[in-house]
Design a protein around this ligand. Structure first.
Ligand SMILES: [Zn+2]
Length: 346
């Protein structure tokens, strides 16, 4: 087993409360300050300052998510892995797994490992949306429902976990914090595998799965490539016609989604948005607006090419060819261009 320490958390702990870029609120009564919205909104700044802004926002978000105890002292929670079942598929093995999430809670997940190939392998955590389970992306229904299988057969180690729960498992936690922590643990699991290249871990997902890719990429810098399908939006939009599980106390006062996406910079992110998405759901015009906001951060990091948006003919679905192209581009060690037709047959 390799070292799985989450060193990214140390720096956030050190900087917590440092007060960098605290909003200037001259002579305002305290109550007004408490009600202020999006106080940590990203504004263009030099790269060095942007890194400090990211560290401060992460520390504040870990507090709001009620995860600070899990991340504060680089807690080493043993994985204590169990494999409940395993079967051979075409080109990969499919495993039903269980491990420790927190010291008091275990979680189930799926892992696939390539067969007949030599590691180290790139790896992807791929997630379904609302109502989905850890099995959804390994389905037989085509499209997004088999993206996990396409990646597994294409030589990636893949992992999927349940993120659709709306109950809080442990006292003193938040729903979003528990979903995110389980994904951090999936990254811990990947890093503990000797056959996974730690520099080539990505994550992808649709809708709620895309939202969780946002959170994982924002808060865990070990994730090097981020694919968000159907969740490039604003909090104002999500206040209506949507499940409210995205929201928790203090979030809106601190940031909007564009700011959380800004925490992923400079690491690559690809957004997908169907042009037929309904106005009440994830309209493409709003996606473009939010994209332009977060693109400012990528410009400040001098890698504007690392954030892109694919608008495709379709609704609230995954654009499968660009999922595969994105991960191949960023996570394959040597990219061999595969003709499009061949790629879609994978
Ligand atoms: Zn929900």
């Amino acid at each position: 087993m390799k070292d799985t320490r989450r060193t990214f958390l140390k720096t956030t702990g050190l900087l917590a409360g440092a007060g960098l870029h605290a909003p200037f609120r001259p002579d305002r009564p305290a109550v007004a300050a408490e009600n202020a919205m999006r106080t940590m909104r990203y504004a263009s700044m030099p790269k060095k300052e942007a890194v400090l802004w990211q560290q401060e926002v992460r520390a504040k978000l870990f507090d709001l998510l009620k995860m600070s105890d899990l991340v504060a002292d680089d807690t080493d929670i043993p994985l204590e892995l169990e494999m409940h079942a395993s079967r051979d598929e075409d080109g990969y093995a499919f495993h039903e797994m269980e491990m420790n999430s927190t010291p008091g809670r275990r979680m189930q997940f799926v892992a696939t490992t390539p067969t007949g190939r030599e590691g180290p392998f790139p790896a992807v955590v791929f997630l379904a949306g609302h109502g989905g389970t850890r099995h959804t992306v390994y389905g037989e229904r085509g499209g997004y429902y088999h993206v996990g299988r396409l990646l597994a057969a294409g030589g990636y180690v893949t992992v999927s976990a349940n993120i659709s729960q709306h109950a809080v498992y442990e006292a003193g936690r938040t729903n979003m914090g528990e979903r995110l922590w389980d994904l951090v643990r999936c990254v811990d699991y990947l890093l503990a595998r000797d056959d996974v290249d730690p520099e080539r871990i990505g994550s992808g997902g649709k809708s709620l799965g895309g939202e969780m890719v946002m959170w994982l990429g924002a808060m865990d810098e070990r994730v090097k490539a981020n694919l968000v399908s159907g969740f490039l939006t604003s909090m104002d939009q999500m206040e209506q016609n949507h499940c409210m599980c995205w929201k928790f106390p203090g979030l809106r006062e601190l940031v909007d989604f564009a700011d959380i996406y800004s925490l992923i910079a400079p690491r690559p992110v690809l957004f997908q948005n169907g042009v037929d998405e309904r106005a009440s759901q994830f309209p493409p015009a709003l996606a473009l607006e939010v994209f332009e906001e977060l693109a400012v951060t990528y410009h400040d990091f001098e890698v504007p090419e690392n954030a892109s948006l694919v608008a495709f003919k379709g609704g609230h679905v995954v654009h499968v060819p660009s999922v595969l192209g994105f991960f191949d581009q960023h996570l394959r060690k040597s990219l061999k261009l595969v003709p499009f037709a061949e790629r879609t047959r994978l």
